[in-house]
Design a protein around this ligand. Sequence first.
Ligand code: CU
Length: 68
Amino acid sequence: MENITLNVKGMSCGHCVNAVETNVGELAGVKEVKVHLSEGKVDVEFDPSLVSVDQIKETIDDQGYDVV
Ligand SMILES: [Cu+2]
């Protein structure tokens, strides 16, 4: 397992937290995802043999948020 923290812009409320946590959490290989709304950060624990950082970033992007 690997841990990354992504800086994400555009998350502003509980709906955003849910959208990111649910969609990233559904990716095969993602063990845990935690959004820190006030800091604009997303912690992800994942298995790099099953999912790439790019896939995780793309999934957040698809929800309408910017990974910086
Ligand atoms: Cu929101």
